[in-house]
Design a protein around this ligand. Structure first.
Ligand SMILES: *[C@@H]1O[C@H](CO)[C@@H](O)[C@H](O)[C@H]1NC(C)=O
Ligand SMILES: *[C@@H]1O[C@H](CO)[C@@H](O)[C@H](O)[C@H]1NC(C)=O
Ligand SMILES: *[C@@H]1O[C@H](CO)[C@@H](O)[C@H](O)[C@H]1NC(C)=O
Ligand SMILES: *[C@@H]1O[C@H](CO)[C@@H](O)[C@H](O)[C@H]1NC(C)=O
Ligand SMILES: *[C@@H]1O[C@H](CO)[C@@H](O)[C@H](O)[C@H]1NC(C)=O
Length: 765
């Protein structure tokens, strides 16, 4: 203490002296002192404290993009009032420019400009000596993530080798210059860089190198969420699916998972002090997204989920899946509702792996040796690896591998994947990297910022393979137009311009070629050229219409003689686009009643019926549904409750109050073909506006959206403009066309397999 007094000055001396004094005063029992902020400032950046200056608090440095904190990333306040690591007097804390690994490892070529060190935004170009040809990027830029853009440049001569020269990644050295079958090359990283990926690759018979190209990481290098989504996405998908196109319609249109056996997924999230609460929240979101995404692959894994620090906080025990005590909803709710209490400083990663090992042992005993061979295991751990108790998890990981692997059968390795998501400000790579299992380079992710992880996991499904899946959507809504497009990728805007009058409706994409909407959107005499459909599929927002088909029995004047001036039964139409929509995350069909795909979405299995679907979607006497309305905010969701069963009579009675309805029997105007919503009891529903007409009335079932009805008419106009989030009053009601009553019409057009578009497959009954 005396040294620091002598070297410090003025106010600082006074301050630390006071702190020392109060520290002495609390002697006697256990001494807990606060840390001080003296000498903690960082040049060019700032820091924050997780628990003020109390013992156990973490000081986290922050630097602008393109810079990283040096020499420390974080410091932890010890019970004795000192920071660990302690600030170094001769190496003041500052923000340093991000550096990329040395690219001058290129063989048979030149790198320019030659530099001792390469910093963010520095550009390099690569040229091969004469007689050599280049593969990879001929120019690269040093990125803020500490990686070079593009791919490793390689100069090689056609030497007739079995495998192509695998090159040398920036910052690495390679031993092995023979590229024939079974030849091995080995990599290491220069200086104190960390090697991520395969450190050894073998030239295989198929002419490819085994494993993945390694990369050299600095302590400040991180993976962007795009990189993670590509790598983790392709890796986890191979655990989830064997993709087999079914039917002979269009290759890859429909996907069915046909992998044998059971999938067990074990997830652990580090909540010790060294992990910021923000990161924990993000990992919770990410896990729920991941679990729901996985369910959209039509697989039903068993889950073990726990949070951990020095002890475990179990959320879901995998054994409960055998006793059928839990369903998917319990899992996601369990994660979402988990509250991080007062955190302990310790981290016991070994306990986590030992617990997973134990569970696997239990499963094995339960199902028997043979059946256990059909079980695949995926372990996913979020941690910074700063374990300080319980010892190394390496042995538990080894025992887990022994349990699944078989020395005589390398294909057994497919049955175990261990993914590590290294999170937090200060990552202990050397301890964590060896804990992964599975294909090299796709199981260890170093993430600076996991706030995007939810989107990352979401993007896993944003691939060709799931193109045809109806109703698949993204859950997060950041309020931006882009996020809404992905939440409601099926919504289309319809504009009918005729005789100088323009009429707006909504519709829903029900296949790449067809839009479903209300018949009343098309006044008598409308031609296809009067109609435009807007949906942004990246191929131009405004779509032309080839033809449209209104239900044969739609006739507004059909019940004039029964004292209903305007009759809207059969208010349904299908619009065929001139060109099919390009399917993507932002433009994808919604599921409609009684198709096979909808049964899959509802997890009803192969032999399901239309009636089963209806029972699942419209089962309660009050069924919560939604529809959309245009707002200044692009589009917003209106929520309503369909009044079914005993509630229906009272609801449709209000039709009698509509203008032009003079009958005293509401069922004349509102036939069995309508659903009724609105009113304020028991919940205040939203009410439809004119511009909402034709839009889908839908319900989400896990990750899929199913349209059950479409907006047709209402008894009152409470809206001042054509759209908007307007709430119902006591007597206003809306009547929506119930699609379950219109399956023959839908099937006639959409299920027609003699046309130039891909038909939807409808259920037999
Ligand atoms: C430590 O700081 C807290 C406020 O952060 C204060 O309440 C407490 O009294 C301090 N303890 C000591 C020993 O100075
Ligand atoms: C590389 O980046 C550093 C730091 O920004 C800069 O000083 C230097 O001029 C750059 N070199 C080249 C060749 O652009
Ligand atoms: C996988 O399942 C199919 C039928 O479902 C069966 O024919 C096949 O033998 C199974 N494969 C293994 C390895 O059990
Ligand atoms: C994390 O989530 C909890 C519960 O949702 C919330 O109370 C807390 O403020 C969040 N913390 C941070 C740092 O976002
Ligand atoms: C509509 O219904 C009315 C009354 O039944 C009938 O006179 C008329 O012909 C119908 N219109 C069409 C186009 O079928």
């Amino acid at each position: 203490m005396s040294t620091s007094l002598r070297f410090s000055m003025g106010f600082t001396v006074h301050w630390s002296w006071l702190a020392t004094l109060s520290c002495l005063l609390c002697m006697g029992g256990e001494v807990r002192c606060n840390c001080t902020e003296t000498n903690m400032q960082i040049e060019g950046g700032h820091y924050r404290l997780t628990k003020h200056l109390r013992a156990g608090s973490m000081l986290v440095y922050n630097c602008p993009e393109g810079y990283y904190p040096y020499p420390a990333m974080t410091r932890l306040c010890q019970p004795n009032g000192r920071w660990r690591p302690a600030p170094k007097r001769f190496s003041p804390q500052r923000c340093r420019l991000v550096e990329c690994p040395d690219p001058s490892v290129l063989e048979y070529g030149n790198v320019s400009p030659p530099q001792e060190k390469y910093y963010v935004d520095n550009e390099t170009t690569y040229e091969c000596y004469s007689g050599y040809t280049m593969r990879g990027s001929s120019s690269r830029v040093c990125l803020p993530s500490g990686k070079w853009s593009g791919s490793t440049p390689i100069c090689s001569r056609d030497s007739g080798d079995h495998c192509a020269d695998p090159g040398i990644p920036a910052g690495a050295s390679r031993t092995g210059n023979m590229f024939g079958i079974d030849d091995t090359v080995r990599y290491s990283c220069n200086g104190n860089l960390i090697l991520v990926g395969s450190n050894e690759r073998v030239c295989q018979e198929n002419g490819q190198w085994s494993g993945n190209e390694p990369a050299c990481y600095y302590k400040h290098t991180y993976d962007t969420s795009l990189e993670v989504s590509e790598e983790f996405g392709s890796a986890i998908k191979s655990s989830l699916t064997t993709l087999e196109p079914v039917g002979d319609i269009q290759e890859g249109r429909t996907i069915r998972v046909t992998k044998n056996g059971t999938l067990n997924i074990y997830i652990a999230v580090d909540i010790s002090e060294s992990i910021d609460e923000k990161h924990i929240n993000h990992s919770k979101d990410a896990i729920t997204t991941l679990i729901t995404k996985i369910s959209s692959f039509n697989v039903n894994p068993n889950y073990e989920i726990l949070f951990f620090s020095s002890e475990l906080y179990p959320v879901i025990n995998i054994m409960d899946f055998w006793d059928k005590q839990v369903v998917l909803k319990d899992v996601t709710n369990g994660v979402r509702d988990f509250i991080v209490g007062d955190k302990n400083t310790g981290t016991n990663l070994n306990l986590v792996f030992k617990t997973f090992e134990e569970r696997m042992g239990l499963i094995k005993r339960r199902v028997g040796e043979e059946a256990f061979k059909e079980h695949r295991h995926v372990i996913i751990v979020f941690t910074d690896g700063a374990y300080n108790m319980g010892g190394s998890p390496a042995y538990a990981v080894k025992r887990i591998k022994d349990m699944v692997y078989d020395v005589n059968d390398p294909s057994r390795e497919e049955y175990l994947d261990i993914y590590i998501f290294a999170i937090g400000e200060d990552i202990f790579d050397d301890d964590l990297k060896p804990l992964t299992a599975g294909e090299d380079g796709k199981h260890y992710f170093r993430m600076k910022d996991i706030s995007n992880l939810q989107e990352t996991f979401d993007d896993i499904i944003d691939e060709e393979d799931v193109k045809g899946l109806c109703g698949l959507h993204k859950d997060y809504d950041t309020g931006t137009k882009e996020s809404k497009k992905k939440r409601y990728p099926w919504v289309v805007f319809i504009i009918v311009q005729k005789d100088g009058v323009s009429k707006k409706c909504l519709g829903s994409l029900v296949s790449p070629d067809f839009v479903l909407t209300a018949a009343h959107c098309f006044p008598f005499g409308t031609l296809p050229e009067h109609i435009t459909v807007e949906i942004d599929d990246g191929q131009g927002r405004v779509k032309k219409v080839k033809m449209f088909k209104i239900h044969d029995r739609y006739n507004v004047t059909a019940k004039v003689h029964e004292k209903v001036k305007e009759f809207y039964d059969y208010d349904v139409a299908l619009v065929q686009l001139e060109k099919p929509v390009e399917i993507s995350a932002a433009a994808r069909p919604i599921c409609i009643p009684c198709t096979k795909e909808t049964s899959q979405a509802l997890k009803l299995g192969g032999a399901s019926t239309c009636e089963q679907q209806e029972k699942l979607l419209l089962k309660n006497h009050l069924e919560s549904l939604s529809f959309l309305t245009r707002t200044s905010n692009f589009i917003d969701e209106k929520t309503v409750q369909a009044k079914l069963g005993d509630n229906r009579g009272e609801c449709i009675r209000h039709a009698l109050a509509a203008e032009g309805v003079e009958t005293d029997n509401p069922e004349v105007a509102v036939t069995e073909n309508f659903l009724c919503t609105g009113g304020r009891n028991p919940h205040r529903d939203h009410i439809a506006c004119k511009g909402d007409s034709g839009g889908a009335v839908f319900k989400n079932y896990e990750q899929r959206t199913i349209q059950v009805a479409l907006v047709s008419w209402g008894n009152k106009d409470l809206c001042k403009s054509a759209s908007g989030l307007v709430e119902s009053d006591d007597t206003s009601r809306d009547f929506h066309i119930n699609l379950f009553k219109f399956v023959p019409f839908l099937k006639l057009v959409l299920g027609d397999d003699n046309q130039d578009y891909a038909p939807l497959e409808f259920l037999e009954s």
